[in-house]
Design a protein around this ligand. Structure first.
Ligand code: ZN
Length: 257
């Protein structure tokens, strides 16, 4: 398979694709799109690993999503899966103050630290999910504090929606920042994309969510990541081919794929 693009955060194992996964996989391969499928609980982590085992160009991550943290966390099971050769990161883990009330922040922090410890133990990067509350303190600031104290690995901040200052702090810690199809239809992220260096930027779809223009209204899928690459090139005023090559190099450096 010729590698043309990488979508560093999608969920091809989700039930949204149960009816037509074979066709989805063949379109993804024929467009030369490699995909990291991200786990959100134990079953979805296992399915992501199974997909990666069965298909060239697919990789997996394993974690219990912070918004699903009410489930029991079977740490040994996640740690065993994290050692699999096609698992390229631990996540998505982090802090989600949007989906849970402030009083669950403490249990989210404890769960986040357990994921960081797994990543430290297996020596793989983190795939971070960080989302601010509707009001109140920044989940990004809290995540930075926790990472500084606990993390001995680096990683990527998925679906970045923080401030430019926060983006710079993650980059200083060695974390890349990834953007979704949202950047194709809003200019909210243009300043961050312009100001941070191209070698610290990644592209993702977060499929089946947030379909980019011009496909809005359709179910999202990894081949549409090409629209995210184009948007980054347009916003930064850099040639598309240079953006494509650099993002592939970034994924190779961080995830080894
Ligand atoms: Zn996701």
């Amino acid at each position: 398979m010729e590698k043309r693009y990488i979508d560093i955060h999608a969920h091809m194992q989700f039930s949204a694709y149960d009816a037509d996964r074979a066709e989805l996989l063949s379109r993804t391969q024929s467009e030369g799109v490699q995909v990291i499928n991200v786990g959100t609980d134990l079953a979805m982590s296992e399915s992501a690993v199974a997909l990666a085992e069965a298909h060239e160009g697919l990789y997996a991550t394993v974690a219990l999503h912070p918004a699903d943290g009410e489930q029991d966390f079977d740490r040994p099971a996640y740690e065993a899966l994290a050692k699999h050769s096609k698992v390229v990161a631990v996540g998505e883990c982090g802090l989600d103050y949007f989906h849970l009330s402030e009083d669950t922040a403490r249990s989210q922090r404890a769960l986040f630290i357990q994921h960081i410890e797994i990543a430290n133990a297996v020596g793989k990067p983190l795939m971070l999910h960080i989302r601010n509350g509707k009001e109140g303190r920044s989940a990004y600031k809290d995540a930075l504090d926790i990472l500084r104290e606990h993390a001995r690995v680096k990683g990527n901040v998925h679906f970045f929606a923080g401030t430019l200052e926060e983006a710079k702090e993650f980059i200083e810690l060695g974390f890349t920042i990834s953007f979704t199809g949202v950047i194709t239809f809003t200019s909210d992220y243009d300043e961050v994309i312009c100001e941070i260096p191209l070698d610290m930027i990644m592209a993702e779809t977060d499929a089946p969510y947030v379909t980019p223009a011009p496909f809005r209204g359709k179910r999202n899928e990894p081949i549409y990541v090409q629209e995210v690459y184009k948007a980054i090139a347009r916003i930064k005023g850099i040639d598309e081919e240079i953006v494509r090559a650099q993002i592939l190099a970034n994924a190779q450096r961080v995830f080894g794929v």
